[in-house]
Design a protein around this ligand. Sequence first.
Ligand SMILES: CC(C)(COP(=O)(O)OP(=O)(O)OC[C@H]1O[C@@H](n2cnc3c(N)ncnc32)[C@H](O)[C@@H]1OP(=O)(O)O)[C@@H](O)C(=O)NCCC(=O)NCCS
Length: 336
Amino acid sequence: MIRSKILSTGMYVPPKILKNADLSAFMDTSDEWIKQRTGIEQRHWVEVGTTTSDLALEASLAAISNAGIKKEELDMIILATLSPDHEFPGTACFLQKKLQVPLIPALDVRQQCTGFIYGLSIADQFIRTGTYKKILVVGAEVHSAGLEKSTSGREVTVLFGDGAGAVVLGATEVTELKSDSYLYSTHLHADGTYAEELWTPSGTGMKEKDRMTIKQIENGAIWPKMNGKAVFVHAVKRMPEVLIEALEKNELKIEDIDLFVFHQANLRIIDMIAKQFNIPEEKIFNTIQKYANTTAATIPIGLDEAVRAGKLKKGMLVASAAFGSGFTWASAIYRW
Ligand SMILES: CC(C)(COP(=O)(O)OP(=O)(O)OC[C@H]1O[C@@H](n2cnc3c(N)ncnc32)[C@H](O)[C@@H]1OP(=O)(O)O)[C@@H](O)C(=O)NCCC(=O)NCCS
């Protein structure tokens, strides 16, 4: 039976690092507040002029090289981001141009922190049906250009970093369901009731004469807004829920999972999930301390780092779960 399998991973973060204390230069915050509330110690931010598709390109080239394939073998590009290069066309098209692989389909996924798992799920459907054999799935973000870098934006701004992660998903013939390497299942959800709990109020379709107005700039509608407590409360409910859904679907127990690579918005959310399921610390791979929340890039960056750190090895059973703006939430279980 044809299933999909992660053939390789790749990642890229821009070189410039901002420690928590560096943010105090333009807002009233502290290393202590950020570390205590979120676990974040630093983040990478691009220099002005570097775009999401630039970061995506570097991560994609690494994933393609690690897969030992030629970029011309790709059948499709899926790119998840909440920080597109432009309102349109999609950032996947800009990545395609930079990768120089014209004609194959290029699709943007706009599911924020859950975007990578949504992308993986879409790619999986194309591979399971035999439509495509190799799909590049990327999560990439340049948050820094879209954050309000002053005290009024501090609750959101301190949480986010720039970066990109990519995988090549390929078709594989599975004969041993319980031991072959493949993507077991993905589980996707959304509840738009909460769309305005974490969002950017301005944009296309506003009840304004023009898409962008001076008023929107002056009243801060161009910056992301977050109801942090609501996000927290929903995240600690939905991530466990969707993890259980994935385990039940595959008749697995939490102890069967060798490694958890979660979306990481806040270390406290991950700690609460670990406590709830009694997951030992060494089974959870976290990168938020170094990279902050890189939204759609968090999980593929985590996978690539885990591979390179020797923590993710062939044959291991891996679970991922994510929660984010939308609200959206999702999970995936795969054998490496
Ligand atoms: C944002 C978050 C870290 C805030 O933590 P919290 O424990 O709820 O914060 P508290 O309510 O204890 O503290 C809020 C206070 O800190 C202040 N504060 C907010 N951001 C701050 C910052 N960066 N530095 C210093 N102080 C800050 C607030 O102004 C508020 O001050 P006040 O009490 O005088 O009004 C937390 O709500 C969170 O992580 N939510 C989820 C966020 C998330 O996951 N987002 C991404 C989704 S994918």
